[in-house]
Design a protein around this ligand. Structure first.
Ligand code: PEP
Ligand code: MG
Length: 324
């Protein structure tokens, strides 16, 4: 089985009928690239940069960041690399920032909210990303976007830094700029975001949590954390419809992207890039190779008409018996 899966390394992700699906990897540091490439990652769909910030008891310098981003871009040899800007707060603390205690950290001062309030932290990261952009195919992604104003403000800072670097004669490449869809508000307003963003990546971990108002780490409510809830699928459907209205692409980089039960639904809804942990890459590549897109589309459409996650799961298992 291992050698059968390894024989898929170097092939492109495609469904049985030839629909292209980009199989990307989630990484937390340049060191994760070796395993990703061994398992045939076609792209980096999510580089979580917060680990750079958690590695020491101080902020990383612009130069340290530039070196890390450059290493990943060069390692991927021209294939796409989606780098997410700092996503700190919530479950990821940064003690040396000395941020005040919050009653509801998941509804509080985290990710893009913190970055927009702290340009002294955000601008060096943007500069490091732009300087690294000439070393590969960089796509920049902002986390936890709730409003269009946030996306515009983040993008404006990026363009300011781009103009400043260019004025100094520093070479900078064109980059796609997108957002994570992790908050239901962004999914519902996808048509508006799609007019201004180049791509969406569904952060299903947070999207499910915010849609169901349930923390999966909390045993008392973990049962409410339902990836296959028709409500969650409807939010992803709205995201895909909004994207398609402007010709944008949609990826999924939360755990759902590597979940065998979710994959047929995601592809059927119109997702074209799945980003997952390295060990999931080859099993999902094989699953997708055997997947009939027509069936995936009709199953996804039917799932949207159902009322419970249990009904969706039963539908998926019935429709794709090979999932067992
Ligand atoms: C997500 O929310 O799905 C996601 C990929 O972000 P993180 O898991 O880093 O919060
Ligand atoms: Mg998230």
């Amino acid at each position: 089985e291992r050698s059968r899966l390894l024989s898929l390394v170097g092939t492109q992700g495609r469904t049985r009928d030839g629909t292209r699906v980009e199989l990307a990897v989630n990484i937390g540091s340049p060191a994760d690239l070796d395993l990703a490439l061994e398992y045939g990652a076609e792209a980096v769909g999510l580089y979580r940069t917060e680990f750079l910030y958690m590695a020491a008891d101080r902020l990383p310098t612009e130069e340290e960041q530039y070196q890390a981003y450059r290493t990943v871009l060069e390692g991927m040899q021209g294939r796409p690399v989606v780098i997410r800007t700092l996503d700190i707060g919530g479950d990821k603390a940064l003690p040396y920032l000395g941020l005040p205690h919050e009653e509801n950290p998941f509804l509080g001062f985290r990710a893009i909210r913190l970055c927009l309030a702290r340009p002294d932290i955000f601008r060096p990261q943007l500069r490091a990303l732009l300087r690294a952009s000439v070393h590969g195919q960089l796509k920049i992604m902002f986390p936890l976007i709730a409003t269009l104003e946030e996306f515009r403000a983040a993008r404006a800072l990026l363009e300011e830094e781009r103009a400043a670097l260019t004025a100094q004669g520093v070479p900078v490449a064109d980059t796609e700029v997108g957002l994570m869809v992790e908050i239901p508000a962004a999914a519902v307003l996808a048509p508006a975001f799609a007019r201004e963003a180049d791509f969406f990546s569904v952060g299903s971990n947070d999207l499910i949590g915010y849609a169901m108002a349930a923390d999966r780490m909390n045993e008392q409510v973990a049962g409410l954390y339902q990836p296959l809830s028709p409500s969650v699928l409807t939010l992803i459907h709205l995201t895909c419809q909004g994207a398609q209205s402007q010709g944008r692409w949609v990826g999924v980089c939360g755990e759902m992207g590597g979940d065998p039960l979710a994959v047929p639904l995601l592809l059927g809804l119109g997702v074209t890039e799945l980003s997952m942990s390295a060990p999931a890459l080859l099993p999902r590549r094989e699953q997708i190779l055997n997947l009939d897109m027509e069936r995936a589309r009709s199953v996804a459409a039917e799932a949207l008409t159902l009322s419970t996650a249990a009904e969706v799961e039963a539908l998926v298992r019935r429709s794709f018996p090979e999932l067992a």
